[in-house]
Design a protein around this ligand. Structure first.
Ligand SMILES: Nc1ncnc2c1ncn2[C@@H]1O[C@H](COP(=O)(O)OP(=O)(O)OP(=O)(O)O)[C@@H](O)[C@H]1O
Length: 343
């Protein structure tokens, strides 16, 4: 791949984003509450959180499509808080990408360069490089209506990259696509980013997408940042019950939140183990979800493999004892824990 299609090695590749004390209200409603955030230069960072948490509002403020009531945004070390979008060197892609319907794929990608009056030969070469980068070389002459949804989003990314932005902002770029295409594009985005190290911030409400794709995840909820860290840090050391529940399945055992695969099933009583009755064994492929009921009425569930179930000779109605395999990483009763949702 010709690296000049992207930013590898260029000074701009090292532009990060700094958000300082950004606050945004809509009437009485506080959408962002004093957000401080540093997005690493050259990284692929996910802004992850539940619907309505403030992800898009923050992205729009970074893009220059909205402004904070107070606080500042820096891009590549320069104050960009009140700069218009076209002056902050950002490229963006949204869920429903508005392509020019009457222009071919190549002309759509060329658009930003043409309005900047770049020489014709340069535009031609750069569009060819970008189409290769997003694997759309054969589709250069097609109209957007002749592309699939996934191909259209790749075209959108090529168009955003064409003008060599310092940062790329993606708002649920694959949100409107079906699960299989989403998965393909996720892998593709990861590989693209490995080639073109442009600082990228992408919004998603899908924890699997964030865990699979991002170098760093920013968990945001109710206008506040809950935690920032690598996928492994967030998964293994969540700061609180909210982050733990949001990043994967959880269940409550003896009042403590645990991952259902981090529970030991014992066939006799042991210190620290909770006595339960197995109420249901649900097979999902190779995995078995064992639903149980404790004497206090709580209903912890355990994720097992078929082999484990066979080894334990587990059956519905059996009495067993459950014990967490790992200690909870945060103090019990940490703030704002939603009730675990059954998987
Ligand atoms: N222009 C606006 N006027 C009033 N309220 C708004 C406006 N824009 C956003 N909000 C509110 O701010 C909150 C945060 O919205 P935002 O779109 O940032 O959330 P989100 O995390 O991106 O959610 P989703 O994943 O559903 O897109 C929501 O409660 C939303 O209703």
């Amino acid at each position: 791949m010709n690296q000049s299609a992207g930013h590898s090695g260029s000074a701009e590749a090292q532009s990060g984003i700094v958000v300082r004390g950004v606050h945004r209200s809509f009437g009485d409603f506080v959408a962002l509450e004093d957000i401080d955030l540093e997005v690493k230069p050259g990284g692929l960072t996910a802004l992850l959180g539940p619907s309505g948490g403030g992800k898009s509002t923050l992205l729009r403020i970074i893009a220059g499509l909205d402004y904070p009531d107070r606080g500042a945004v820096e891009i590549g070390g320069r104050d960009a808080t009140f700069l218009p979008p076209q002056r902050r060197s950002v490229g963006f892609v949204f869920q429903h990408y508005a392509a020019f319907k009457h222009l071919t794929t190549a002309r759509n990608v060329a658009f930003g360069l043409e309005i900047r009056k770049r020489p014709r030969a340069e535009v031609h070469d750069r569009v060819a490089e970008l189409l290769e980068l997003v694997h759309l070389e054969q589709f250069a002459d097609r109209l957007p209506s002749q592309l699939s949804g996934g191909q259209r989003q790749r075209m959108a990314l090529a168009r955003a990259l064409a003008v060599q932005p310092e940062v790329l902002l993606l708002d649920e770029p694959f949100g409107a696509l079906d699960a299989k295409v989403r998965k393909e594009l996720r892998d593709w985005l990861r590989r693209l980013h490995d080639e073109v190290h442009v600082t990228t911030l992408f919004v998603t409400h899908d924890q699997e997408e964030a865990l699979e794709v991002a170098d760093e995840i920013v968990v945001i909820s109710q206008g506040r940042i809950e935690q920032v860290g690598s996928p492994a840090q967030l998964y293994d050391h969540p700061a609180n019950e909210f982050v733990m529940s949001f990043l994967g399945p959880v269940t409550r055992l003896g009042g403590v939140l645990v991952r259902p695969h981090d529970i030991e099933v014992l066939t006799d009583e042991r210190a620290g183990a909770v006595q339960v009755e197995v109420t249901k064994l649900l097979r999902v492929g190779y995995e078995v979800r064992a639903e149980t009921r404790a004497q206090d009425g709580s209903t912890p569930w355990v994720q097992l493999t078929r082999a484990q179930v066979a080894e334990l000779d587990l059956a519905e109605g059996a009495t067993v004892w459950l014990r967490p395999l790992v200690a909870t990483p945060f103090p019990a009763g940490s703030p704002r824990a939603p009730e675990p949702v059954p998987a």
